[in-house]
Design a protein around this ligand. Structure first.
Ligand code: ADP
Ligand code: MG
Length: 667
């Protein structure tokens, strides 16, 4: 079957089911192969019944010691039960609403059962486990991301059909695969979707990662600016002091050091390519605007790009204090007239610093001498956009800001000869944010406490995982929490904020919060990236276990910015406590990121797919940095040994660059 064949060409898939699959971006048969498992369960070795624990999914093996018996039936509802034993213990099994299975189970027969045991009236029981006769266990069972209307069983069956029917095109030659010790495309898909052992899965994944990173490495090589020489910028010797005098605060030692490093680069005869890494709140914006200031003193212009409109607005507010009318903000939502007005000011030489989101990339900017591009990346690694923006001036200086600690090897590969500056000191007077983990049963107490704080004039963020209540997700949503808290905090302003609102709406809501007109902001993680409201001193995260540690740390960084004592409450139903305790124990973002990596890198079988064309789909740059290095070595050999594969990698890399989407998200 052709890779692009419609889903309906597969057995048992009609128009209706195809529509459901479309919600998962699965349109053609080949898309099914790219729908990778979210996780796996190892169903090869059963656990003795004596050792199973409540709430932990396990595979057990047991013989029926009683015949199945019907429980009370009501209308369509049915249940039957039986007991199984394995010599170490007994387990009671209930089968709900699957009456046709009743006649399948007979006393003395042996089965494997996979499910989540629970204790009820002092007995261990399992409801509706997956059951397999001996010899028919699936080995390693994949679990896929789903949507309403598609079950795991249906997904597995459909993917299996695609595996049988579709012959994926092979990207590289057999010779290259052998040299790299990877499997071809078709075999990799089989290993990832239907592994017999964890090693098979690992090999399948590594092969896919290798192919992806080989193209990625080629892309980096194509974008490398190499050693271009350029004219040095000239500005006063004491420029750092001059700049600091314009700021409302005294700089930290680290800020001064990094500014000197930047000044040194700008005075150099090769383009600056510097990465500034600093924890949340370390004051990266002031450092970035220093670079813009120095460029301006040398008669050159700067573009500063932020990841969100909200942040761009905030950076602009800071920039305006220093640069006045010489700074401008280009919003995605600008009308044509507004945009043209800004462009006229740029062309006329008034605007020296343009702040915006990555949307600025889509415009030809009429700068007389654009010479510095600053990117505030937060969690992202952007590599493509620099190339895009610098079409006009490939020798321009670049500065990248990030709050994510990037392992050194990786940052060197990604940013070429990037020099790295660490902002390893927080501005004085910051109190560490007191962090507490709160059980669900204590939520009311916490909100009662918060009411007292609001009366004292404090402000709080409440972050929820969802925008609206969603079936199948037992997590709180912004909408329901906002409704709930408006009632609970009568007399105070409780507003919500989420990514589905328009830029204008978001800005107005943020402004009301900033000015103190509202006291509580219930939000999704849109506030994660760098929102700065010094008076807000309390952060509550609902269903905290749903978030990554680095993300929680970013969220917590929204408070503790003023001089007040600050608090962060992580509400959890008891899952993920080990991870959450790390946050409680330290305020050091870099330590947290390392711990997080350690905990997650623990050999657990996980696959993940990031949506969006062009971005890496299977690779995790941090985890797969070794593979990345291998592919770089391979690239060196390829022109000689595998010229056809080299041409293919180049072609694929060029396609990616042309798509303009060389964005890579670090998670
Ligand atoms: P981040 O590194 O997270 O981007 P910001 O640049 O947003 O941090 O700075 C966080 C806050 O700290 C801002 O309100 C900023 O004005 C303030 N700030 C930055 N540097 C200093 C300093 N040296 N002293 C006092 N406040 C500072
Ligand atoms: Mg910032």
């Amino acid at each position: 079957m052709d890779w692009n064949a419609p889903l309906t060409a597969l057995p048992k898939i009609g128009e209706k089911t195809a529509k459901l699959f479309k919600k998962l971006d699965i349109v053609c048969a080949g898309d099914l192969l790219w729908h990778l498992p979210a996780y796996y369960r190892d169903l090869r070795t059963p656990v003795p019944l004596r050792e199973i624990r409540e709430g932990e999914e396990v595979l057990v093996r047991g013989r029926l010691t009683t015949p199945p018996r019907w429980g009370r039936r009501q209308g369509k509802f049915s249940v039957f039960s039986f007991e199984v034993a394995d010599g170490t213990g007994v387990l009671l099994i209930h089968i709900f609403n699957l009456p046709f299975l009743f006649s399948r189970y007979k006393t003395g027969q042996e089965y494997f059962f996979y499910g989540k045991p629970k204790v009820f009236r002092d007995r261990m029981q399992m409801d509706n486990p997956l059951a397999y006769p001996p010899g028919e266990t699936p080995g390693i069972l994949p679990f896929y991301p789903l949507t309403a209307g598609i079950s795991q069983i249906m997904m597995r069956r459909t993917v299996a059909a695609a595996l049988r029917e579709v012959r994926p095109p092979e990207t590289f030659s057999g010779g290259l695969c052998a040299a790299a010790d990877i499997s071809g495309d078709g075999e990799s898909f089989r290993l990832v979707h239907a592994p017999q052992t964890p090693e098979e899965y690992e090999r399948g994944r590594r092969s896919m990662v290798y192919r992806e990173l080989l193209v990625f490495s080629r892309m980096l090589a194509l974008m490398d600016k190499g050693e271009i020489s350029r004219e040095a910028l000239r500005f006063p010797e004491n420029i750092v002091e001059e700049y600091e005098a314009l700021l409302p605060f005294a700089c930290t030692g680290a800020q001064r050091r990094v500014m000197e490093e930047i000044a040194g680069d700008l005075r150099g005869k090769t383009p600056m390519n510097r990465l500034v890494e600093g924890d949340v709140g370390s004051g990266k914006t002031a450092v970035a605007l220093f670079a813009a200031y120095a460029a301006m003193q040398a008669g050159r212009q700067t573009v500063l790009m932020a990841p969100t409109e909200l942040l761009a607005g905030q950076h602009f507010a800071f920039a305006e204090k220093i640069f006045g009318r010489r700074a401008a903000l280009l919003r995605g939502s600008c009308t044509k007239a507004e945009r043209e007005e800004i462009f006229a000011r740029i062309a006329g030489g008034e605007v020296q610093v343009l702040v915006g989101t990555h949307a600025v990339l889509y415009h030809e900017l009429p700068f007389p001498a654009l010479d510095l591009v600053i990117t505030d990346e937060q969690h992202r690694f952007g590599v493509g956009q620099r190339a895009a923006l610098l079409r006009g001036n490939p020798a321009a200086h670049t500065l990248i800001l990030t709050a994510t600690p990037i392992p050194r090897t990786l940052s060197l590969v990604l940013y070429g000869k990037a020099k790295i500056s660490l902002l390893d000191e927080l501005p004085p007077g910051r109190k560490p944010v007191a962090t507490h983990i709160v059980g669900q049963q204590k939520r009311r107490d916490m909100y009662t406490w918060l009411r007292g704080k609001l009366k004292e004039g404090e402000q709080a963020y409440v972050v929820c995982p969802l925008v609206e209540p969603s079936e199948g997700f037992s997590a709180l949503s912004v909408e329901e929490v906002q409704r709930d808290l408006s009632r609970f905090f009568r007399g105070f302003g409780v507003e919500m904020l989420h990514g589905r609102m328009s830029g204008e709406e978001k800005r107005e809501i943020m402004e009301r919060f900033r000015s103190g007109a509202t006291q509580v902001l219930v939000s999704t993680t849109v506030i994660e990236v760098g929102v700065d409201v010094p008076n807000a001193s309390i952060m509550i995260v609902e269903n905290a276990d749903r978030f990554g540690l680095a993300q929680l740390h970013q969220l917590r960084g929204r408070v503790g910015r003023g001089d007040k004592e600050s608090f962060c409450y992580l509400v959890s139903d008891g899952s993920g406590l080990e991870r959450l305790r790390i946050l409680k124990s330290t305020n050091d973002g870099f330590a947290i990121a390392e711990k997080d990596l350690e905990l997650r890198g623990g050999g657990e079988l996980t696959g993940q797919r990031q949506h969006g064309k062009g971005s890496l789909q299977v690779s995790n740059l941090v985890r797969d940095v070794d593979v990345l290095l291998e592919t770089r070595e391979m690239l060196e050999r390829m022109p000689e040994e595998f010229p056809e594969d080299y041409a293919k990698a180049t072609q694929l890399a060029l396609e990616k660059i042309r798509e303009g989407d060389a964005q890579v998200v670090l998670n």
